[in-house]
Structure formats: C-alpha cells, structure tokens
Design a protein around this ligand. Sequence first.
Ligand SMILES: Cc1ncc(COP(=O)(O)O)c(CNc2cccc(C(=O)O)c2)c1O
Length: 456
Amino acid sequence: INPTRSTQDYQALDAAHHIHAFLDQKALNEKGALVIAKGQGLHLWDTDGKRYLDGMSGLWCTALGYGREDLNAAATRQLAELPYYNLFFHTTHPRVIELSELLFSLLPAHYSHAIYTNSGSEANEVLIRSVRRYWQILGQPQKKIMIGRWNGYHGSTLGSTALGGMGFMHEMGGMLPDFAHIGEPYYFAEGGDLSEEAFGLKAARELEAKILELGAENVAAFVAEPFQGAGGMIFPPASYWAEIQRICRQYDVLLCADEVIGGFGRTGEWFAHEHFGFQPDTLTIAKGLTSGYIPMGGLVFSKRMAEVLVDRGGVFAHGLTYSGHPVAAAVAIANLKALRDEGIVSRVKNDTGPYLQKLLRETFANHPLIGDVQGAGMVAALQFAEDKASRKRFANENDIAWHCRTVGFDEGLIIRSTLGRMIMAPALVATHAELDELVEKTKRAVDRTGRELKLL
Ligand SMILES: Cc1ncc(COP(=O)(O)O)c(CNc2cccc(C(=O)O)c2)c1O
C-alpha cells in the first residue's frame, strides 16, 4: 500500500466533506473512518497496512473477489473504444446488447426484457413506475398500491425507501401514498410456539389479508427479497414462497423479487428465487451483476409484462443517462462469463456452499450464545440468543452484535451485524482454506464478545 497521505489526513478530509451512509456522522468524526486502500482476492488492506478477510464481499457485491485482471481489461478496452453512449433517441451500442444476450441465457426462459440502471435503488424506482404503467395499459389505473414487508430493504431513493419497510427511513423525508407493508417471515423472532411450516403459511397469509383490506382491484404488486439481506439475512420457512405465489396469482397481483443481494450465484443457484422455487414477474438486479467493480443495476421483465409494455404501451416515459452504460456492460459481460465459465456458481452449489454451511453448523450448533444458523450457498447468519430452545433473544442483542462486528475488525475479519445477527456473504470464489479462516475468526469474535460482555 503506498497511500499518498497519512491515515489521519484522509480521515480529517473525509470528515470535512462527507456524510456517510446510515450512521451518526458526528460520532464517526470523533474517531475517524477506516480507510480501505487495496483489495486482492478476499482480502482488503487499510492505509495502515492492516489486512482484513472480507466476509461480506464489500456490500454483498464482489462475487469474484478483488483484483480481477479480466474485469479491469474489459473496462479499459471499452473506455478506449466507446466510453459512453446511450439508448435514447433511437440509438444503442454493442456492449449492452451483448450483455442482455448473455444475461437472458442465464435467466429462466420466461424472462425477456431488461432496463438497466446505475443501482438497485434506481432499478426499484423503475419497478414502481413500470408496474403502475402495466396496469394502466390494461385499463386498471387504480391498481397501483405496492405491498412490501416491514424490515425489507429495497434502496434509499424515495420510492424504494417507501417500498422498503424500515420505519426509521420512512421518518426521513416522509412516506409516500399507495405503499403498504406486511410482516416479515422471521421465524426465530416472530414464530412463537408455531412450527416453522405453520408460521411460514401464517406470514404469507398476511399478504392475502392485506390485499383484501386494500381491495385486490387496487393492489398492483407484492415486492420482496427472496431472503431478507440488509434486514438481517433472514431465510423464510420452506412453506412461505409457494403460498405467497398462490395468493399473488389468485388476486392477479404481480410478484416482484428483489434479487439485488440474492442474484448471480449467492445461494448456489443463479438467482435466489430459483433456490426457493417460485417464478416472479420481475427481478431487480445489481451488486453481483458487475461484482461491484462498476455501478450497474437493472430490472428484468417476464415475457408477459414486456409484451404489454412493448406491444400496447406506446411511449415508455422513462430514461436514465447512464442506462446500459458501455463500460458497465463490458465489465458485467466479463463478470458473468467468469461466473459461468469458471464454474463458480455450480461450485458454490455443489462444493463450497455446502462446505461453509456444514462448517458453520458444526462450529456453532452447541455454542451457548448462538440460537440459530441460517443460510445456503455463500450467505449465512448466526442468531445471538440467550436461550436456544425457547428462542429467547438477548434484550441488548443489537449491542452484542455490534460489539462482535467491532471485535471482528480488530481480529482482521469483516462481517456484518444487523439486529442480533452476525451475517457473512464472502466472495463466491472463496476456497475451503478461506472459509476455514472466515469461520475460525468468526468463532473467535463471538467467544471474545461473550467474555468481554460477560454473557458466558
Ligand atoms: C435487496 C436490495 N434492493 C435494493 C438495494 C439498493 O441497491 P443500491 O444500494 O445499489 O441502490 C439493496 C442494497 N443493499 C445494501 C446496500 C448497502 C448496504 C447493505 C447492508 O446490508 O449493509 C445492503 C438491496 O439489498
């Protein structure tokens, strides 16, 4: 690492010019941000030269890990050839066409069209506008309410915030009309004395109750993450998604999956909805699309929706300057080809995913502080609990998880904490040795947390 400034200089300038995401900036300014300067494989280095194992793929996005020469070369070549063009005014360009050809070869056959964006939030703004336009074209303009889930996360733009279910986000700048929410399928916290199977059906049937309350003729879509990511890496009970899908079909409500985190191999399937076995009408994508090397998101439409928007919709009044950006598309092509041709997604499904999941369950099955281990493929969560059998959580579970995350950084490990859960989502290229290091360092952080907070 050859930083041109001292860490302190970087921290002072960062504090002078930035408002960071989801934190109290004044508090951060008192201790200074961690300045990450280099990445290679699954490792990151800060400006003091400290090395970290990145157990979070950056923010769930660096599927191929850091330092990939193929992605660098793809971007450099495209920057030289055509650094920018667009899909406005009857024009297009080769790279975004080649990306879509490749993308739809990896998607289930009933998807046909995509609109690209720069982020997942923007893709969900396109979703809101496209869904309402779809029902307008079909002569049902009043069918426009979008139903999301409490503690769901769909982004930080205005509509995506309203679609999400994080109340403290709604309080900033106000909520929007025509958005509704139902409870989340968080069995450990909400299951009570129901079986998982029964709770999954109960949680799903909240959607039917909400649709009947609002009037099916007014409800446009249900939008949800196949598994909740930012909300705490929560997998729903096995009975959940089939029931949600049945309800959507019964009331002619579009089923929209937000695959920003789950997409591109995270669960061992190319898309998380395939892991859970349901067929959404739209898919929101971002993150793993380019392994985070360059911003890109998108909205994927089923043939059924695309035909209405294209064949009967006339002018589609939407457009973003950088939609389908040539350099982002070039990186996405290289990224998807590597995931496919290096057999990375199938290795997550058949080898490294099962290896990680088994190792976590063996390591934490009888741990006095851990009440549940959830996950599949290269994503997992540990639930802190005071008592496993009764699923009793610690009153101060947020503080415990945050302490564990902080201890992790001290041990050279980056994992995420949300509520009372420790989350990991390492790069899909992780080796058995790197997964061993990830689990070993996580155990050390959990044990240290237990000692330092006198939980044991
Ligand atoms: C399901 C989902 N949908 C949309 C977005 C928004 O994407 P953009 O950020 O590209 O606009 C996300 C983003 N998810 C996200 C972003 C940043 C941090 C964390 C975290 O869990 O710490 C999660 C997401 O997880």
